[in-house]
Write a protein that binds this ligand. Structure first.
Ligand SMILES: *Cc1c(COP(=O)(O)O)cnc(C)c1O
Length: 356
């Protein structure tokens, strides 16, 4: 039989030990700081077999070589460190705010310069690529859910010889594979959909470029932002169900988006037409939006996304969020619960946000 390619089969089968008689069917967790000399592993900051199993799985799904990092931000940091001293990075105006804040901090320190543009405006984003050292891509964007024309943007960046990095956290490799489109590097917060249970932090980089892979490995080894073996093991275990979790969450999101568009308390729905993230603007401003957060009983009022549990958050409660994000915007991370229960809960919370 030829190698299976369907993601539903891959997530179940990848990263397992060889099928030898008596072998365990899944990898075990290697809790060790070092290894007996003479084998493939030397010291556990350089590599750990539990990471390797997870990396094999994500690498195959994205179509490149993966490295696990301590968190999504550790992976983002390692990617940004590829920019030479004094270089510049083009970043979407709306983007994961940890990425935005990190770049701002590096710019303030004189390490690099930052250029911002609207990633949904393809020609403006391409124009802004002129003379930058790295093009950062995120689509759909957090929390505005703008969608970028990735094939066109990646092609343009390649033609000008710029390193392209795509944060693929929101779409996952099930919906979008930036490396196949020609991106140099994919980063993920595996904290979100990939692990899927809101029980760990983990990041990952994936690339097809051996030189970048080597530089990222050096960065991880010497920077020390390594994953815990338990986190890597849990993430691989969570990944086994990515396909069914994500399918259900996306289906729930599509149904909710349609109903939310009709809701009298909802001014605007931002839903890209795919994925499991929705943003809504609530009538009555920030106070009404916060009332919704307080009234929900099934949805969790919490930051983060991509878990089995549905979460809601007014993003502008964070001072780091750009002022172009409406104060009344609620970001919804749709989980895998029964869609009718999710709807009823949201509907009652929205309706009661009106009465005060
Ligand atoms: C959460 C997130 C990150 C950061 O990941 P952590 O695991 O929290 O460090 C980066 N990018 C996106 C799009 C995210 O949602």
């Amino acid at each position: 039989m030829s190698q299976p390619h369907s993601p539903a089969t891959l997530v179940v089968g990848l990263g397992r030990p060889e099928r030898t008689p008596g072998a365990s069917v899944g990898p075990s967790v290697e809790f060790t700081s070092t290894f007996v000399r003479g084998g493939d592993n030397a010291y556990a900051r350089f590599g750990n077999p539990t990471w390797s199993a997870f990396e094999e799985a994500i690498g195959t799904l994205e179509g490149g070589s993966a490295l696990a990092f301590a968190s999504g931000m550790a992976a983002v940091r390692a990617a940004v460190d590829l920019v030479a001293q004094g270089g510049s990075v083009l970043v979407p105006q709306h983007c994961y705010n940890g990425t935005t804040s990190l770049l701002q901090q590096l710019e303030d320190a004189g390490r690099l310069s930052v250029r911002r543009a609207d990633i949904a405006d393809t020609s403006a984003y391409i124009d802004a690529m002129d003379h930058v050292s790295m093009v950062w891509l995120e689509s759909p964007t957090n929390p505005m859910l703008e969608v970028a024309e990735l094939p066109t943007l990646i092609k343009a960046a390649r033609e000008s010889g710029v390193i392209t990095v795509c944060d693929n956290t929101f779409a996952t490799p099930l919906l979008q594979k930036p490396l196949e489109l020609g991106a140099d590097l994919v980063v993920h917060s595996a904290t979100k959909y990939l692990s899927g249970h809101s029980d760990l932090l983990l990041g990952v980089t994936v690339t097809t470029n051996p030189e970048l892979q080597q530089r990222l490995l050096t960065s991880r080894t010497l920077g020390g932002a390594i994953a815990g073996p338990m986190e890597a093991w849990l993430a691989l275990r969570g990944l086994r169900t990515l396909h069914v979790r994500f399918e259900r969450a996306c289906d729930n999101a599509a149904r909710l988006a349609t109903r939310l568009a009709e809701h009298p308390v909802v001014e605007r729905v931002r839903y890209p037409g795919f994925g499991a993230m929705i943003a809504i603007e609530v009538r009555g401003g920030a106070a009404a939006a916060e009332k919704v957060e307080q009234q929900v009983e099934v949805w969790l009022p919490a930051t983060s996304l991509g878990g089995v549990e549905s979460m809601v958050e007014r993003r502008r409660r964070h001072a780091s969020e750009p002022v172009t994000v409406p104060p009344q915007l609620l970001r919804l991370s749709v989980g895998i619960e029964d869609v009718e229960d999710l709807w009823e809960d949201l509907d009652q919370a929205l309706s009661s946000s009106r009465a005060s």
